[in-house]
Ligand binder design. Structure first.
Ligand code: AMP
Ligand code: MG
Length: 411
C-alpha cells in the first residue's frame, strides 16, 4: 500500500506561502466583514466636547444646592441649546439654560438637571432635586483621547468595530481584499440544475456548493459550469481562470480513472502535485500553481468535495483574507450511536448536534458514503476521528468541527 499523506501535511501544502492579500483602501460599507490592514488612531477625542447626557437644564451645581421637593429652587431660563448647536455663550451667574441630550454644555455650567427633576419651565424653572457636580455631563475624551489606538491591524471589521472607525471619522480604511475564487466542475456526465439528466447523467451540485462555500468563507466566487472531460477545453478554461483570479478550485477528475482530465491536464502542465491523503472522505487531492495562480483540485464525490473544501480550502481563503483564526471552531460532543472508522485515515464523520440534559450530543448521520448528499445537507458538524481509532462507542467524547458556527449556532 502506498503511504498516504497525513491530513495536516496536506493542509500545510495547500497553505504553503499563502499570506494576506495586499491591502487596498475600502469604503466603510465595503470594509464590513474584512480584516483591517492598518492601525487606526483617533484624530480627535471622543466625546469631542463636553455634552449633556440628558434632556434638562445646564446649571451651576452650587446655585441649586439643597433643592428638594419641600424646598425647590427657581431660576430664570436663558435660552435653549439643542444637539448640533454650539454653546458660544457662557452660563450667566444665577441663570440656567435648557439643554438637550448631546448638546454642548456651556462654560460655567458644571451639572445638568434632568427635566424629570423640574417643572419643565421655559421662562423660569423650578428644580426639586440637587445634582452632584458633574452630573449628567459626558466629558470630552472620557471614551477616547486624540492619538489613541482605537482599532488594531488584524481586527475583523464587525458592526461594533465599524461604529468605532466611523466615530473617529474614517470614511475608508486599508483592508485585505476578498480573494477571487473560480470554481470549475468537470465531468462529461454533468448537467446543470434545471436540465433533466439523461441516462448516466447527474446534476452538477458541486460547483454550486463550492461557490457558496467560498462565499461563506469570505471570497468573491465565480462558478464555471460543467466542463467536459476534454483536455484541450479544460486547459483553455484553466488558463482563462488563472488570468483573473487568486484561487482556482476544480471538482472531479483527480482519481485513478481513464477520464480523469484534471489530473491529466495538470500533470502535463506541471506545477501541481497529486497525492492521496489519509482521510475519509476525500482521499485524492491536488494542489499547486497553474500559470502562477493557486489551484486546489478537489475530488468529485460531493461529500469528499465538501469535506476537502472545509479542511483545506476554507483555511486558505481565510489566510488570504488576513484572519488570524483560520480554522472553524471545534466543539466537544458525546457520541450517541456507535460507528466504525477506517484504520490509518482521519475520518470526518457527518454528525447532527443536539442538547440532552445540558450535554452536547453528536449523532452520526445514517449514510456516511462520499456520495450521500442527504446526510451532508442535514449535518451540523464533522466529527474528527483520528487515524488510529477504528470504532467510536456510544458515550465517547468527540471533537467536532462546528459547521454552524459561522451561520448561527446549531443548538
Ligand atoms: P470523478 O472524481 O470525476 O471521477 O467523480 C467522482 C464521482 O463524483 C462521480 O460519481 C461523479 O459523477 C461525481 N461528481 C463529479 N463531479 C460532480 C459534480 N460537479 N456534482 C456532483 N457530483 C459530481
Ligand atoms: Mg469525473
Amino acid at each position: 500500500m502506498t503511504t498516504l499523506r497525513p491530513v495536516a501535511d496536506h493542509v500545510a501544502a495547500v497553505l504553503a506561502g499563502a499570506a494576506p492579500l495586499p491591502a487596498v483602501m475600502a469604503s466603510l460599507t465595503d470594509a464590513e466583514g474584512l480584516v483591517l490592514a492598518q492601525d487606526v488612531t483617533a484624530a480627535w477625542p471622543l466625546p469631542s466636547f463636553d455634552n449633556s447626557s440628558m434632556d434638562g437644564y445646564a446649571v451651576r451645581a452650587a446655585e441649586v444646592a439643597g433643592a428638594s421637593e419641600t424646598s425647590p429652587v427657581s431660576l430664570p431660563v436663558r435660552g435653549d441649546i439643542a444637539a448640533g448647536q454650539s454653546a458660544d455663550q457662557a452660563l450667566a451667574a444665577g441663570t440656567v439654560v435648557r439643554i438637550m441630550t448631546g448638546a454642548p454644555v456651556p462654560t460655567g455650567a458644571d451639572a445638568v438637571v434632568p427635566v424629570e427633576w423640574t417643572d419643565g419651565g421655559t421662562d423660569t424653572v423650578t428644580i426639586s432635586e440637587q445634582p452632584d457636580v458633574g452630573a449628567h455631563i459626558r466629558r470630552a475624551g472620557e471614551d477616547v483621547n486624540t492619538g489613541d489606538l482605537v482599532v488594531e491591524a488584524g481586527t475583523v471589521i464587525t458592526a461594533r468595530v465599524l461604529a468605532m472607525l466611523a466615530a473617529v471619522g474614517r470614511g475608508s480604511v486599508l483592508v485585505h481584499p476578498r480573494p477571487r475564487v473560480t470554481v470549475i466542475s468537470t465531468g462529461d456526465e454533468l448537467v446543470d440544475p434545471g436540465v433533466d439528466p439523461g441516462v448516466g447523467q447527474i446534476v452538477d451540485s458541486n460547483s454550486y456548493m463550492l461557490t457558496a462555500a467560498a462565499r461563506e468563507a469570505g471570497a468573491v466566487a465565480r462558478r464555471i459550469g460543467p466542463v467536459p472531460d476534454d483536455d484541450a477545453t479544460l486547459a483553455r478554461v484553466l488558463a482563462e481562470a488563472a488570468a483573473e483570479c487568486d484561487v482556482i478550485l476544480t471538482s472531479g477528475g483527480v482519481s485513478m480513472g481513464a477520464y480523469d482530465t484534471v489530473k491529466a491536464v495538470l500533470t502535463d502542465l506541471g506545477g501541481v502535485e497529486f497525492v492521496k491523503v489519509a482521510m475519509q472522505p476525500g482521499m485524492p487531492q491536488g494542489c499547486g500553481l497553474v500559470d502562477g495562480t493557486r489551484i486546489v483540485t478537489l475530488p468529485g464525490n460531493p461529500v469528499s468535495s465538501y469535506v476537502s473544501f472545509e479542511v483545506f480550502v476554507r483555511p486558505l481563503i481565510r489566510r488570504l483574507l488576513g484572519h488570524a483564526a483560520i480554522d472553524r471552531p471545534r466543539v466537544h460532543a458525546i457520541c450517541s450511536r456507535r460507528f466504525t472508522s477506517p484504520e490509518h485515515k482521519t475520518q470526518f464523520a457527518r454528525v447532527r448536534l443536539s442538547r440532552r440534559d445540558g450535554l452536547l450530543m453528536a449523532e452520526p448521520e445514517g449514510g456516511q458514503g462520499s456520495h450521500i448528499i442527504g446526510g451532508l445537507s442535514r449535518a451540523h458538524g464533522l466529527a474528527v476521528i483520528p487515524p488510529e481509532v477504528t470504532e467510536v462507542c456510544e458515550g465517547q467524547e468527540l471533537v467536532v468541527i462546528d459547521l454552524m458556527a459561522a451561520e448561527g449556532s446549531a443548538t
